[in-house]
Design a protein. Structure first.
Lengths: 111, 111
């Protein structure tokens, strides 16, 4: 049983759709939650960082954390072909800095 | 401000050869990490360094050694390469709370 489980995908949506990407976790010690975007043959880049339960919005992206259900989501509004990438969730316990990553969900947005 | 840099970008080794992957960051981060990424297996932590002068094993340390040369640089050494070490290697750095910044990766093939 992995500590972090991510919806495997792949996911294919038409341009303009709302996308929901999800991860669940089993350890309540996780306190910091991140989403990374990884384009093909590139390194992951930090997209969103959240600490508390609730929503955090940045442009077309919203990160949601529900600590009671041990569930995090990333929503992408008005999805664009440039959003086509693999999305990785990650979470960290306290200030240790070492993160546990999900296996990633590959998203394709079709024009 | 280059962020995290890695050299080389590509490398082909024969079984039994050795090599060192170099990583440097200019963000004054305390923590640095080495990951490998294989298809279907997500990011797996090889070694990490929480601060200058300290290193710790991650999930898959066998066959690797690391050196935290100073605050900026963290190198990964393969003493006797094996085909199972064919992978994409990413270096990352972070502040203590967990959000990590990744380099562009090194694609290593061992024949």
């Amino acid at each position: 049983q992995k500590e972090v489980e991510q919806d495997p995908g792949p996911l294919s949506v038409p341009e303009g759709a709302i996308v929901s990407l999800n991860c669940t976790y089993s350890n309540s010690a996780f306190q910091y939650f991140m989403w990374y975007r990884q384009y093909s043959r590139k390194g992951p880049e930090l997209l969103m960082y959240t600490y508390s339960s609730g929503n955090k919005e940045d442009g077309r992206f919203t990160a949601q954390v529900d600590k009671s259900s041990k569930y995090i989501s990333l929503f992408i509004r008005d999805s664009q072909p440039s959003d086509s990438a693999t999305y990785l969730c990650a979470m960290t316990k306290g200030n240790a800095g070492k993160s546990t990553f999900g296996d990633g969900t590959t998203l394709t947005v079709k024009p | 401000n280059a962020g995290v840099t890695q050299t080389p970008k590509f490398q082909v080794l024969k079984t039994g050869q050795s090599m060192t992957l170099q990583c440097a960051q200019d963000m004054n981060h305390n923590s640095m990490y080495w990951y490998r990424q294989d298809p279907g297996m997500g990011l797996r932590l090889i070694y990490y360094s929480a601060s200058e002068g300290t290193t710790d094993k991650g999930e898959v340390p066998n066959g690797y050694n690391v050196s935290r040369l100073n605050k900026r640089e963290f190198s990964l050494r393969l003493e006797s390469a094996a085909p199972s070490q064919t992978s994409v290697y990413f270096c990352a750095s972070s502040v203590s709370r967990g959000e990590q910044y990744f380099g562009p990766g090194t694609r290593l093939t061992v024949t």
